[in-house]
Each structure stands twice: as C-alpha cells, then as structure tokens.
Write a new protein. Sequence first.
Length: 220
Amino acid sequence: MKNKSIITTSILSAAVMLSGCAATNPVRTDSNQHQEISHNTKVAAAKGCEVGAGAGVLLGIIHGNFTNAIKLGIAGCVVGGVASGYVAYHHQLTAARELQAQAANQGLHATVATRQVQAKDKGQTKTTEALDRLTLPLDSKGVRVHARSMEALLTKAAHLSDMSATPVTIEVRGPAQDRAWMSGVIRSGLKQNSKTRLVETYAPSTEVILSPIPDGKEGA
C-alpha cells in the first residue's frame, strides 16, 4: 500500500510538470535566434490534456480499478490542459518587454501596454497581465539604408506576433518606400501559416504597432 502511495505521488508530480511543459511549444532557437513559445492556446491545452489523461489512466490501473481509470483519465485531461493560457500570456509579455529593452539600447522608446485577462493555471482561474499593444518606433535613417539593427527589431516583432494566443495585427507605418521593406522583413520572420495580419498605413515616421485581434474578428 505504501508503494502504491509513493508511485501515485510520483505520477502526479510528473503530470503537473509535464502538463506545464506541454502548455507551450518547445523553445526552439534557429539561425535568427528565434525563440518560439506557443502561439495557440487551444493547441497547448490539448497537449496538456494528453499528459494529464495518460497519468489519470495509469493511476486507475495501478490501483486495480479499470472503470475508474477512464474517469481519472478524463479528470487528468482537465487538470493537464488548463495550465496553458496563463503560461502563454506570461511568455508573450516577457518577450515584448525584452524587445522593448532591445529597442531602448538603440535609443528608441518602445511602449508596452497591458491588460488584465482571466486564464487557467493548475486548475484555478487567475487574473494575469497580458500584452495589449506594443508600439515600436524605428530609426527612419536606419530603415532607409536597411540597417541590420532595424531588421533585427522587425524580425523579433514578427516572432513576437507568432507567440500570441490570439491572432495579431501588425500595423506598418511610414512612407511607402520604407513600408515595403519593413513589411518584407516582417513577412520573412513570420512562421509558415502564421495568423498574423499585416497592414500598412502612411505616416511621416517609421514604426510598427502590434495588437491582438479581438475574438471573432480575425477576418476584419
């Protein structure tokens, strides 16, 4: 009986750890140092569900009750899947602030606006801070000569948009010739099948603005 308790505790601990990991896609670093966290909360929740369900079924079998194994599997799915949204919001906001700091190192004053959202974390609904809007001004002279420092900022902005739990609009602002280059860099940085929407707007100075698209308005 004691051994069963030890095994049960071990399985539950592992399930909590793995469901937290499943809440985001594995961090990947390519030649552009692109660190990618989950861009789709629903997919992340499904992965957490799989981990939790597996642990639940295994516990039922260990305790010799195959009927309860199915019930525990369903309960495990709930526990494993709900951790994803909270983690996704946290990582995206952290990345936005890192981009803000990178811009500041080049003398550019980027702003990060946040909002309060409800998200699941370990079975509990919590209020957490989420990215609402990122305004990233660019050096117009640097954009005009296609400076690598400006390209790096635009590429990171593209990566950041793909981390969002909901689709994002990137508004590219500036003179026409500058917008064409800026949009090209951003498109190159977006992942395949990205849901990010790119729009261009004339402005005397160059900047990009990232903002999540409200639910149900992806096609607007």
